[in-house]
Every structure is written in structure tokens, then in C-alpha cells.
Design a protein around this ligand. Structure first.
Ligand SMILES: Cc1ncc(COP(=O)(O)O)c(C=O)c1O
Length: 415
């Protein structure tokens, strides 16, 4: 907290940063820092001396005692060079920010680690959130480690991987049939029971945690920014956080140049932001019937909508809807060509990159980052079943391998 100045609402009101705060309806809250003091007392190279986790950026996080943070080693995930995909897509350079390496298997751990660390410092015992799955699993692990309670409200189709993270940790977990009512249910339950409402963008700490993705991308690119960044969008929190990091680094004078063009992807079966962007609107309408696989991006009414739409406009970006079939094909392609196994919702970024190129948004020399927010291991049942031949004698093996190779190369050619 050494460098935290205050918390500011989107309407410009300032608050002291010494108590848990929940945003008023229609508003968001953000931490502000004494960036001038950081610039005077530190260099960006000082971060490299910190741990290989989000806590290397403790100066830019709202936690009073980082040495006592609730941590499972989250962050400092690899930015993996993807030369084969870069060549196939026809871009100058392509990197995959592999968030599947985080403790629970997704980027949600960054927000959980910072928020639970801070709220435990402030004496909060019980929090509640709605989550399409991954945040619920992540917050359960961190709440268990912190000795606090995180109540999870999940859709009935949440992934089995997540349900086991919730079950094994013993964190209270509930289902709701009508996902459109989940936000209101959390707000009501928190009000009735005096719990802290930690839904996406209702409180400011999750944003700070996820901001570390942007800090890492800049540091891993040698303190430069990419030309474009492709992000699989749900509530909007992750992309807003990454751009908050870029803005803070620019204000510190530690990176230069324009903000990357923001490209967002959503499943075609729940694409309120794509629709709003295509229609030139500044806010989203609530998406009606949701038809997407279990996992992330189930956000029919993204609270981050207005902020994301503004970022899309100011960075000259684009928003693309991807079918489930195209997402699954892109996941296979990413795994087969680069060895990175993404959750299907994250593979929408590869399809989105191609759609952005087709619209002329990405040049042939562009340096592009795809944010792979979670591991395919979180969503095994969504993938095509893995069926392989059974061999009974050594003599059969070579023929079976040749048949398998043929199948693989025809799949790659088809993409
Ligand atoms: C794996 C994964 N990626 C991306 C998202 C999108 O999250 P947000 O837009 O809130 O950063 C989610 C959650 O919906 C998710 O679980």
C-alpha cells in the first residue's frame, strides 16, 4: 500500500483505500497510485529482482504486507513464442500468454490472490461471487488457503474441474438455474448477510490482480508493447486490467508508444459486446438466450461493457464472434502446432486474430499477443472425445502409427 493514493469511482469521486468498498450501480472503482513517487524511487529493472510471481509488482498492488500475501505462486506465466502460428497467420511475431500455468488453471488466480490478500488484511471473513466456473474454482483455493469463506454461485453446467476445486476445498457452492439472475442474487445475499460482494468490477482489487498480466507482457517483451492484443472477453475485467497496466507503465515513463490495438472475441452464442460494437453503441444490451459450452465467457450483461467499448474505439480495435466449432478447431490447431493446450474459450483468440486480419486490422509485420486465459485441462468434456486404436501385437504398431499420422496431417491441412 506504500504507493496507493486513493480509490476513485468512474464518476470521479475519491475514497480512502483503508476499507472494503463496493461500487454503486452503474459505476466502477479503481485504485490510483503515487506514480511520481514510484518513478523517483524505483526503476523497472527492480521488478526483475522480485519473485517469479505477481508479487514482483508489489509496488503497484494494493496489499499492505506483500510478505504475508495469500499466494500459491500465481503469475509470471510464460509468454510463449508461436512461430508456426505466426507464419500460418501471416503476422510478424505471435506470442501466447499461457495463463493455464496458474495454480487453478486460469488467470482468475491473479485477481483472487490480490483481493483475498487485501480483504483478509481488512478483516473480511466472507465474500460472495457469481462465476461461470473458473473464478469459483480459483477463489475456493485461495479462500481455503487464507482461512476465509468465498461463497460461489455457479451455473448448473459449470465444468467438473471447477466443481471439484469447490468441493475439495469445502467452500460453500450453490447453483442457480437462471444465469441472468446471478448478479442480482449475489447482490441481495451480500446485502442480507453482510458479506462482501466481490463480483466482477464491483470492487477494485480483482482489477489490480489481473493488471499484472499487462505488467508481465510489457516486461517479457523487453519493456515494449505489442501492436495488437487479442483477448477472450467475458465481463471485461481482464482486458480493462491489462490496459490499466499499460497506462500506468506509460505514465511512469517505462514503456513508450501507442496502446496496442485491442481485439476481443466472444462465443457467437453470447456476444453482447460484439453486437454493441458492430452497432456503434456505447453500452451493451443484455444478451438473451445463452448457447455456449461450459466455462468462461458466459457474461450476458458485462459490467465492463462501456469501458471495453471505449478501449475498442480509442485503440482502433475490433470485436469478433466465434462459433463453438471454430473455437474447438482453433484449440486443436494451437495444440497441434505449438504444443499449447488452451481452454476452448481462449482458442477463440486465434479465430479472432484471423477475423481481424480479414478486416485489415492487423498488418503483416504486426507483433501480436493472444491471451490464453486458461488451460484446456479445465474443460476436458468440451473437447471431441479422444479415441485411439488398441494394439495387441508389436507388429501392428507401425501400421497404426502411420494411420494416426495420416489423420493428423489431414486435420492440419484442413485448417
Ligand atoms: C478462461 C476464461 N477466460 C476469459 C474469461 C473472461 O473474463 P473477463 O472478461 O472478465 O476478464 C473468463 C471468465 O468469464 C474465463 O473463465
Amino acid at each position: 500500500m506504500q504507493y496507493v493514493s486513493h480509490i476513485e469511482s468512474s464518476s470521479g469521486e475519491r475514497f480512502a483505500a483503508d476499507a472494503p468498498l463496493v461500487a454503486r450501480p452503474g459505476e466502477t472503482l479503481e485504485f490510483r497510485y503515487h506514480l511520481d513517487r514510484i518513478a523517483a524511487q524505483m526503476t523497472r529493472e527492480d521488478f526483475a529482482r522480485g519473485p517469479a510471481s505477481i508479487w514482483r509488482y508489489a509496488a503497484l498492488l494494493p496489499v499492505a504486507d506483500p510478505a504475508r500475501a495469500v499466494t500459491l505462486g500465481e503469475g509470471w506465466t510464460p509468454l510463449i513464442d508461436a512461430p508456426v502460428l505466426a507464419r500460418r497467420c501471416g503476422v510478424g511475431a505471435l506470442w501466447l500468454k499461457d495463463e493455464g500455468r496458474n495454480p487453478s488453471g486460469t488467470f482468475k488466480d491473479r485477481g483472487a490472490a490480490v483481493a483475498i490478500s487485501r480483504y483478509r488484511e481488512l478483516g473480511v471473513r466472507t465474500m460472495m461471487l457469481n462465476s461461470s466456473g473458473n473464478a469459483g474454482g480459483s477463489w475456493s483455493l485461495y479462500a481455503a488457503r487464507a482461512g476465509v469463506t468465498s461463497v460461489n454461485l455457479l451455473p448448473t453446467d459449470a465444468q467438473p474441474s471447477v466443481l471439484q476445486q469447490c468441493r475439495t476445498t469445502g467452500q460453500p457452492t450453490l447453483f442457480i438455474d437462471d444465469w441472468h439472475q446471478a448478479g442480482a442474487m449475489v447482490a441481495g445475499a451480500c446485502e442480507l448477510n453482510g458479506w462482501l460482494d466481490v463480483r466482477t468490477l464491483k470492487e477494485p482489487c480483482r482489477l489490480e490482480g489481473k493488471k499484472t498480466m499487462g505488467l508481465e507482457i510489457a516486461e517479457q517483451l523487453g519493456w515494449t508493447l505489442p501492436d495488437a492484443l487479442v483477448y477472450p472477453m467475458g465481463g471485461g475485467l481482464g482486458a480493462l486490467a491489462i490496459y490499466k497496466a499499460f497506462e500506468e507503465l506509460r505514465a511512469l515513463g517505462w514503456v513508450e508508444g501507442p496502446l496496442p490495438r485491442l481485439i476481443i472475441t466472444q462465443y457467437a452464442g453470447c456476444a453482447p459486446l460484439v453486437k454493441a460494437f458492430d452497432e456503434g453503441r456505447e453500452t451493451c444490451e443484455t444478451w438473451g438466450e445463452i448457447d455456449i459450452p461450459p466455462g468462461g465467457l458466459k457474461s450476458p450483461n458485462p459490467l465492463g461493457g462501456p469501458g471495453v467499448l471505449e478501449l475498442l474505439r480509442t485503440t482502433g480495435g475490433g470485436a469478433f464472434a466465434v462459433t463453438t466449432a471454430d473455437a474447438l478447431a482453433a484449440a486443436d490447431e494451437m495444440a497441434a502446432s505449438e504444443g499449447v493446450f488452451p481452454a476452448p474459450e481462449c482458442a477463440t483468440t486465434l479465430a479472432g486474430l484471423r477475423a481481424a486480419q480479414a478486416r485489415g486490422l492487423i498488418g503483416a509485420h504486426s507483433r501480436v499477443v493472444l491471451v490464453i486465459t486458461g488451460s484446456g485441462l479445465k474443460s476436458i468434456p468440451t473437447f471431441a472425445p479422444a479415441r485411439f486404436p488398441v494394439v495387441r501385437t508389436a507388429a501392428e504398431v507401425a501400421g497404426a502409427v502411420a494411420a494416426a499420422r495420416d489423420g493428423r496431417s489431414s486435420m492440419q491441412r484442413a485448417q
